[in-house]
Design a protein around this ligand. Structure first.
Ligand code: HMG
Ligand code: MG
Length: 316
């Protein structure tokens, strides 16, 4: 079923900074700054910008104003603007706000599933069947996330079989692309290759995306391993913002600037303007009062004579 591995000539970068990034920042930026961030990311050539989440505001207060953010984005930039949806209530709110794409999220591990969405892995898929049915009848595109594909902060190392099970569940619900999350950033090249190899026996590689957090500084190496496994979609976050509030110790996502620097060096096309991405990373780091966590972003901003953001590094 899976195609032959081989480095792709073109990669799609999914910008998750406005959601995965901002959801774990201590300083909460207002809806206007979020909308500005999304618009500027779209303007830099990023084809997909995750715009927020319709989750419980008690659990993730940083995402409570997603409807307002979407309202500020009229007229909508001509890019995909998916939002995270955990249940039927979230989908109804997303539809009301005019979302045309959603992301469903589950975990390969039981421990993270319980902490993140307060139910078991099996219950999460059952809960989402109702959500997916409404999404399909509303003609809303669905992306799927599986978290903790390498290891779980509560349960430890994960067997790829658990990931495969959840991938199949999301595909059965109608998700097109499935993003495999190394939620706590502990993966190394071989563990990443193993999980891709296992999932690719059930899902074509062009429907697999990789979602790395950079806790141990392995994200760029893991992208290279994934490229060599034929993966061509990567999630990343401007200035390496964020983390996950329910994954203790996890730091920010792979920085979009670091990802683009790697891909540019490999001659892989993305259609994204790296210099503009660096300017946006400098700007949003300043808005948050934190250092820019992207090594490439800091170096390129310094080379361009710009600021690199100020303040202490945010902890995951
Ligand atoms: P629950 O705790 O089971 O309880 O929530 P509930 O369903 O009874 O709801 C609790 C409260 O939330 C109630 O309010 C509900 O009304 C409200 P109260 O009565 O206490 O005032 N509520 C909602 N409010 C707004 N929108 C909604 C909604 N649903 C319920 N849609 C639930 C279950 C799943 C809703 C909750 O646990 C939740 O929102 N979890 C989301 C956590 C989250 O957003 N995590 C981060 C995203 S996942 C991630 O970052 C990983 C990823 O990046 C990939 C990777 O790195 O691996 C994607
Ligand atoms: Mg994440």
């Amino acid at each position: 079923m899976s195609g032959a591995p081989g480095r792709p000539s073109r990669v799609t970068v999914v910008e998750v900074g406005p959601r995965d990034g901002l959801q774990n920042e201590k300083s909460i930026v207002g809806a206007a700054v979020k909308a500005d961030l999304i618009r500027r990311r779209a303007g830099a050539g990023l084809p997909v910008v995750e715009a927020g989440a319709f989750v419980s505001p008690a659990r993730v207060p940083q995402m409570a104003d997603t409807a307002e953010v979407l309202a500020l984005l009229e007229p909508r930039p001509a890019v995909s603007l998916p939002v995270l949806v955990p249940n039927r209530r979230g989908l109804e709110a997303a539809l009301e706000a005019g979302a045309r794409e959603i992301a469903l999220f589950v975990s390969a591990s039981e421990g993270f599933s319980q902490r993140n969405i307060a139910c078991s892995r099996a219950e999460s898929l059952a809960r989402l069947s109702d959500v997916a049915a409404l999404a399909r009848s509303s003609r809303v595109a669905m992306r799927g996330y599986v978290s903790c594909v390498i290891a779980c902060p509560y349960d430890g190392p994960q067997d790829p079989a658990a990931t495969v099970e959840m991938v199949k569940g999301l595909v059965d619900l109608g998700c097109g692309e499935i993003s495999l999350g190394d939620t706590i950033g502990v993966g190394t090249a071989d563990s990443v290759r193993r999980v891709i190899d296992r999932v690719a026996r059930h899902l074509p590689r062009d429907r697999i995306a990789m979602h790395f957090h950079d806790t141990y500084g392995q994200a760029v190496a893991n992208v290279l391993a994934s490229l060599e496994e034929g993966i061509a979609v990567f999630d990343s976050s401007v200035a390496g913002l964020g983390g996950c509030p329910f994954a203790v110790g996890a730091t920010g996502n792979l920085a979009t600037e670091d990802l683009l620097f790697l891909l540019d060096g490999l001659g892989i096309e993305t259609g994204v303007d790296l210099a503009e991405v660096v300017r946006i990373g400098t700007w949003i780091s300043g808005q948050l009062g934190r250092a820019n966590a992207s090594r490439a972003g800091r170096a390129l901003a310094a080379a361009a004579g710009g600021q690199t953001g100020s303040g202490p590094m945010a902890k995951g």
